[in-house]
Design a protein around this ligand. Sequence first.
Ligand SMILES: [Zn+2]
Ligand SMILES: [Zn+2]
Ligand SMILES: [Zn+2]
Length: 106
Amino acid sequence: MPGTSDRCEHFDSIRDVAPVTDGCQECLALGEPWTQLRICLTCGHVGCCDSSPSRHATAHFHATGHPIIEGYDPPEGWGWCYVDKTAVTLPDQTPQRGPIPFYDDF
Ligand SMILES: [Zn+2]
Ligand SMILES: [Zn+2]
Ligand SMILES: [Zn+2]
């Protein structure tokens, strides 16, 4: 059992992922800023949070249906299920790929 939550049954979607990019994949490509990062625990997509202008983590969920993300700025060990709209407890923190770039470092 990789994690625990009273309300989420999506833990079987969690894979042993590696971050695909150091920062939000779409924002890096577009040269846009973000506030905080989320990593998809199904495929390793790194996207920006709902406080960011473009909300790419949520957009990734809508595009793919991958339900669970982890806070990733740096890895914080907590998760969120978009389907159940509930916080989930994760077994591990996904290792950071490298220093996370911020938009003013571009
Ligand atoms: Zn769930
Ligand atoms: Zn973004
Ligand atoms: Zn994904």
